[in-house]
Design a binder for this molecule. Sequence first.
Ligand SMILES: *Cc1c(COP(=O)(O)O)cnc(C)c1O
Length: 345
Amino acid sequence: MRTLQELTRPNIWSLKPYSSARDEYSGAAASVFLDANENPYNMPHNRYPDPMQRELKTELAKIKKVSPEHIFLGNGSDEAIDLVFRAFCEPRIDNVVAIDPTYGMYQVCAGVNDVEYRKVLLDENFQFSADKLLEASDERTKLIFLCSPNNPSGNDLLRSEIEKLIRNFDGLVILDEAYNDFSEAPSFLEELDKYPNLIVLQTFSKAWGCAAIRLGMAFASPEIIGVLNKIKYPYNVNQLTQKQAVEMLHRYYEIERWVRTLKEERGNLEAEFAELPCTEHLFPSDANFFLVRVTDAVNIYKYLVGEGIIVRNRHSVSLCGNCLRVTVGTRMENEKLVEALKRYK
Ligand SMILES: *Cc1c(COP(=O)(O)O)cnc(C)c1O
């Protein structure tokens, strides 16, 4: 790995971050707070939230089995994705490499930050080759993006290739594990200490059932986390979100139950789809959705909209011609979808 200083934009490396009132005071318990120009009325929403989300990170660290200094929290994973561009990629000079097809936000953030985005096509099983990604990279490649289970294909990427890439790339590998809760594959979180150039992304938006509160996690070495913390907005995770997330962490058993149910329902729904006349090919899924090649994605999508059922039309995405991406819902929602598709002519 190049040194973190070599990988970080010089202006970011030398940046002196904004120091908020809540940063400067973190000593013994006080009872009179006259330091942040807050309104003393309207408890508890009158106070700025903890900029470093200490309570939330302490609880999260227990469940994720990593220490708090390995955790960055943001306004969705999307914030972490944007911040890695801003921290490490010099606009118009540096580039990033990513598998294709994958989650659209990597390319959008590259565009916003004026950073070249190099796509490397997956094979027909939606697997990647570490060598091909390395061939696409050069000395100005700062980041390589992987997503496992991948969106929109739903499959886990091969662990041996992920490991090979992390070991052989001298920049940072961003591994998006938004759907790992639904997979049998172990998270790379356990490998964090082994790989100083690895950033693992996870989110409260999928298995945790908290898309509305906007909370994303990045796990990496304390040095990388330090760079992200330095450039984030001081109060990027609001108080309501921190409170709700702590509450969810106390109800972890419920998330485990949802995941078990959704994996079961995924199996049921896939079995139903295998029997549908409009199904051409079902792609294996390790997530809470699956990709299906149908006879005519555009028309079937429109037909379902007319029935009040929305799936994702991925027809125009690389390798996804005539494919729909279907999220696993409740038993009743899944049945409505299957019944509508049985009626489709
Ligand atoms: C849904 C999703 C996310 C979640 O993004 P948030 O900003 O945390 O809601 C991240 N990565 C992938 C691949 C996703 O599909």
